[in-house]
Design a protein around this ligand. Structure first.
Ligand code: UT7
Length: 353
């Protein structure tokens, strides 16, 4: 009674069901099925903007930006949208997984920067990649977005509602940034990452935690009146990303270590059991601070914000794809993922690669 990869859930669910949860999938051992990431992909636009380039439009310097954030350059979309970037990252992830778009049951897309309110970016990606059997929806959880779609995807699989879920994080934050505001425009970049999550009876060790605190929502906002003209420097500043950087910094340094400890407690694992801590790439000082609070060295906290800046929901899946393709992720390793950002929202999960 093995789960066959690529078989559509409707064909398999009946045979693997128990009466209490008629659709749920179970492994041979009788445990409820969970998903395993079986392919990753990413895409960033070609155009880069260096710190020196930014120093020509706002009062800043390469030295200040590198020291305070760890960012050296960011990729900026010119023609690309979250849909074109998300679709390309998805094609690469599906190819990496050896899965046809027609075998995807569900597309969950984390984004806060689509240039249309509806149709959802997930449905547009579905159209672009030909995932004709999939359902699709967007999830708005800012920089915690990829963690959220991962958790929802796992819930779909555990409930027997899907067997193959395409997870996407894609952002075009350059549309929403006030290019006159030196405290925010230096941070963000554009790009997309995707991962294919598939029910796998040998997958184990999944625990997740997710939290929100709407009372602190004011610390990081973006008004929905933004429009494509946002790159026009004469735009109304109140319609761009606005952030109390210090508050967000403090929040991340407190809540991320707490979430990591909380999720490890649920699995009865210690930090020694974890090969990699994949954190949202907001600021290198946040990652260093989290590592320090967990009393760990930086060697298990990979980062790529030097090249991409903070790509919000895309940062974790881009990193995941780089880790996968460079061979640093090995099957059987235990990995912690942690996202944090606007909402405020934060959380973590632990899984076996
Ligand atoms: O994805 C999650 C969302 N965001 C984050 O995680 C961001 C979290 N916060 C941060 O990363 C940091 O707070 C920033 C990088 C945004 C700012 O660093 P900071 O060390 O908190 O700087 P600050 O806001 O306290 O500003 C210190 C000084 C100020 O000047 P004065 O008042 O001391 O004269 C700022 O005006 O640095 C000035 N400043 C800059 N100077 C040069 C602010 N931005 C810049 C800049 N270049 N780009």
């Amino acid at each position: 009674m093995k789960i066959t990869r690529n078989r559509r859930v409707s064909e398999t669910a009946g045979r693997q069901s128990r009466s209490k949860f008629p659709n749920a999938l179970y492994s041979e051992a009788g445990n409820k099925m969970i998903g395993r990431i079986c392919g990753t992909g990413s895409f960033v636009p070609e155009k880069t903007v260096s710190n020196d380039d930014l120093a020509k439009i706002v009062d800043t310097s390469d030295e200040w930006i590198r020291e305070r954030t760890g960012v050296a350059r960011r990729h900026i979309a010119e023609q690309d949208t979250v849909v074109t970037m998300g679709a390309e990252a998805s094609r690469r992830a599906l190819e990496n997984a050896g899965i046809s778009p027609e075998d995807v049951d569900m597309i969950l897309m984390a984004t806060s920067s689509s240039n249309v309110i509806f149709p959802s970016a997930a449905c547009s990606v579905q159209r672009e990649i030909g995932a004709v059997h999939a359902g699709g929806l967007d999830v708005s959880a800012a920089c915690t977005g990829f963690l959220s779609v991962y958790q929802i995807g796992q819930a779909y699989i555990q409930a027997g509602m899907a067997q193959t879920v395409l997870l996407i994080g894609a952002e075009s934050l350059s549309r929403l940034v006030n290019w006159k505001d030196r405290s925010t425009c230096i941070l963000f970049g554009d790009g997309a990452g995707a991962a294919v999550l598939q029910a796998d009876e040998s997958a184990s060790c999944l625990q997740t935690v997710f939290h929100s605190d709407g009372r602190k929502g004011w610390t990081l906002t973006c008004d929905s009146r933004h429009k494509d003209g946002a790159k026009d420097l004469s735009g109304d500043p109140s319609t761009f990303i606005q952030m109390d950087g210090k508050e967000v910094f403090k929040f991340a340094l407190t809540k991320v270590p707490e979430a990591v400890r909380e999720v490890l407690e649920k699995t009865e694992l210690s930090t020694d059991d974890i090969s990699w801590f994949l954190l949202h790439q907001a600021n290198i000082r946040i990652i260093e601070g989290v590592a320090k609070r967990l009393r760990l060295g930086m060697d298990r906290f990979p980062s790529n914000m030097e090249e991409y800046g903070n790509t919000s929901a895309a940062s974790i899946p881009i990193l995941l794809d780089e880790m996968n393709r460079s061979g640093r992720l090995e099957r059987g390793q235990k990995v912690v993922m942690s996202g944090f950002g606007a909402g405020l929202t934060w959380g973590a999960c632990v899984f076996e690669w």
